[in-house]
Each structure stands twice: as structure tokens, then as C-alpha cells.
Design a binder for this molecule. Sequence first.
Ligand code: SF4
Ligand code: SF4
Length: 144
Amino acid sequence: MSSLNHFKSFFTFLLLKIKGKEPVRTGQCHQCGQCCRAFRVKSEGKWIKTSKQLDILVKQKPEYSRLIISGESEGCLDFTCSWLTQDGSCKDHENRLSICRAYPGTTRFYTGNKLPEHCGYVIKAAVPFEKVLQKKIRRMTHSN
Ligand code: SF4
Ligand code: SF4
């Protein structure tokens, strides 16, 4: 990420913090498979850029051997997955990778990393439900 993008992310983070908001994920996965067709993978906090880095990751976490290098963009490797079926579903959804379970992470709101078109999830800035609830409880406690 460039310094300008780092600055933009930090600025967005501060702005939300001031407003008491956070990126909140809503919706659900309808298993269209778009995010499994082209994605990047991080290892030890850094995007994988070489097949050697992928080999190291697979040695550490054999479940990543399902990844297939599909290309390269912006200096990073792009992957698809051998578990992706013709109809766009996962061959074994119950045993999908941990990165698939965590997808889509809310930090993409700061980085401007868009979700695939027609993804069933939406990530937007909102006051998290827990905060709204805490505020409501505090008000009720003080009014008694
Ligand atoms: S793009 Fe969204 S809806 Fe489609 S499989 Fe991925 S997470 Fe699910
Ligand atoms: S393991 Fe399943 S959910 Fe994860 S990328 Fe592969 S096909 Fe998609």
C-alpha cells in the first residue's frame, strides 16, 4: 500500500472513531464463488508474491495446497482454488480455509478494497449493535 493510501486509511479510521462508528459487516454468503476465483493470500502478514513463498506456506499449513496460482497483479500472486466447483460452490464448505471463514474482513473498509460484484455481504460504517445496547442500558440505569 502506498503512503497516500496508508494516510487515507488512517484518516478514515480516525473519522469513524470520532463518530463512534466502526465498519460493520451485514448480509450473508450465497456461495456464488466469485471470491474463490481470484484472490490474494497473506503469509506472516505479507501478501504472497512468489511461488517459493507459497511453498513455504504449504509446508507450514498443508491445507493451502488447494491453492492454484492464476496470475499476478500489482506485484502479488493471484490465486484460485481447486476446491471451487463448476457451479461456484465450495467442494467442502465445512472444511474451507480459515481465510475463507473470515472473508470478507471489515478492515477492507479502510483500505478501499471492494467486495466482488453481487456479493451477499455489505460492509458499511455504523455504530455497532453492542455500543447501541450499552448506551440504552446506561440510560435505563440512570433513569431508575
Ligand atoms: S463473493 Fe460473497 S457471496 Fe459470493 S461466495 Fe464470496 S463471500 Fe459468498
Ligand atoms: S476452500 Fe472453498 S471457500 Fe475457500 S477458496 Fe476454496 S472453494 Fe472457496
